[in-house]
Design a protein around this ligand. Structure first.
Ligand SMILES: Cc1ncc(COP(=O)(O)O)c(C=O)c1O
Length: 459
């Protein structure tokens, strides 16, 4: 067979025309989302006040295996997809490993990440329903940028609540989001009751995704014609992100390749859920048995040190309750530089798969992540986002194990985005000012105390 090229691109015709719904193949489904007032499983009608109708239906659909990607969304995807699957030849050489390392690069659009895959789908359904505005939160800023691009395309006014520490670390993110005409506030803000309450309790807070979600949801439910959209955690978002894994699988099959190990960073779980989707299908149906590894920051270790429990998806406790690995919705992670991974919970789908032993998880320290990021940038000439660099480090560790054992494994990882707006973080690493914060068990205990009590389910 011919040498595998550095970059494998599918043609437009080869792009998947359907998203894959992993839940339809799971032996045991994630626990149902609960209505926070009644503690009964949420119905689709319960979700309508907050979410767009089609998306609420996708959220609760655990039966349909494949869902057609609307043609308009397919056309939009063609502006930046298919994304390349890249063989990291230089990294392999540098590490002197027998492993073959592949990565799927999702940073090739203005948002600089995979987030646009779901943003355009959500904006499309909002337009179809005739909504007049949308609201959301953003951590690192990639999701806010992606949604502002999608909303500008469909002419939908958008309000973004951006986690305060990221807002301050990345002034140009704000500028990009405003360029696409969205309104942006640092969160917690004084614009919502949830924000004001959080500020009153903790005036110096650096903010968190959970807190920004509370503000955005409040804005949606108190504004006529406005709905809330979220860039991670939810089942619908993992569904849209399955395009990543499906493209990957087709590209690998063209060269008779199949991953032994798949590695991805995990914030709320959307890129990882999307990347592993078709490979997890093979695992669940007994066709193959690849390992799947989630890499999370040691400062916000929801899978590796969290509890598998029902929790609110936001700090203000207004969202439905999801059963997931969580650090408690009141947990505010330290202001580390991977804003997109500072979320207290984890996708209920990934949580269930991890709980049932289908996935592994590791946590890594910030300085080691940046060491891997710089090494990767020099070898592969892509400057990674700090979030993505967690996956790079995970993949490097797997490749190093191969060097020790002499095994020529095939490693696939998700390179979710670029880090051009994260140069403050790179500077802090280079000047030796970056520190590693690892919460103590007592710190985590405080978050667990805030877990909701649900009669008969979680006392
Ligand atoms: C570049 C990048 N990678 C990864 C993530 C983590 O999100 P998720 O776990 O939903 O993929 C984010 C979130 O903002 C991000 O911006």
């Amino acid at each position: 067979m011919a040498k595998i090229p550095h970059r494998i691109y599918l043609s437009e015709e080869q792009m998947p025309k359907q998203w894959y719904n992993l839940r339809a193949d799971m032996k045991e489904l994630p626990e149902p989302v609960l209505n926070p007032q009644t503690f009964k499983p949420a119905t689709v009608e319960d979700l309508y006040p907050v979410f767009c109708e089609k998306l609420a239906q996708q959220e609760l659909d655990d039966k349909t295996h494949y869902i057609d990607i609307p043609e308009e969304v397919q056309e939009f995807y063609k502006m930046y997809r298919p994304s390349p699957l890249i063989r990291a030849y230089n990294l392999e050489k540098y590490l002197d490993t027998p492993a073959k390392i592949y990565f799927k690069f999702e940073g090739n659009n203005t948002s600089g990440s995979h987030k646009l895959n779901s943003a355009i789908a959500q904006a499309y359904y909002a337009k179809e329903q005739g909504l007049t505005s949308l609201t959301t939160e953003t951590g690192a800023g990639q999701w806010g940028t992606a949604l502002s691009e999608a909303c500008a395309y469909y002419n939908i006014p958008l309000t973004v609540f951006m986690v305060k520490c990221s807002y301050e670390q990345k002034p140009f993110r704000r500028a990009v989001i405003e360029t696409f005409d969205a309104m942006i506030h640092p969160s917690p803000s004084t614009n919502t009751a949830a924000g004001r309450a959080i500020l009153e309790a903790n005036p110096n807070t650096t903010g968190s995704l959970g807190c920004a979600i509370s503000e955005a949801v409040e804005k949606a439910v108190t504004t006529e014609g406005c709905k809330y959209v979220l860039g991670s955690v939810l089942n619908q978002v993992l569904l849209h992100q399955s395009i990543i894994g499906e493209e990957c699988k087709i590209a690998m099959e063209m060269f008779d390749e199949y991953p032994d190990v798949i590695v991805g960073c995990a914030g709320g779980g959307s890129n990882l859920g999307g990347l592993i989707a078709p490979f997890m299908r093979d695992k669940l149906t007994g066709k193959a048995n690849p390992r799947m590894v989630a890499v999370e920051p040691a400062s916000c270790p929801s899978l590796t040190r969290g509890r598998y429990a029902y929790d609110f998806c936001d700090t203000g406790k207004i969202t439905p309750l999801a059963k997931m690995y969580t650090l408690g919705c009141e947990y505010v992670p330290s202001a580390n530089h991977a804003g997109g991974l500072r979320y207290h919970g984890m996708s209920p789908i990934l949580s269930k798969l991890y709980h049932d032993g289908y996935m592994e998880a590791i946590s890594v320290e910030q300085t080691k992540v940046f060491e891997a990021a710089v090494l990767f940038a020099k070898q592969e000439t892509i400057l990674p986002a700090p979030e993505s660099a967690h996956a790079i480090l995970g993949a490097i560790q797997e490749a190093q194990k191969c060097k020790e054992t002499g095994e020529a494994k095939t490693i696939l990882f998700g390179l979710t985005g670029t880090g051009y707006f994260d140069m403050t973080a790179y500077d802090s690493y280079r000047s030796g000012k970056m520190s590693d914060y690892i919460p103590t068990d007592e710190d985590l205990q405080k978050g667990f105390h805030g877990l909701p009590k649900i009669p008969g389910i979680q006392e």
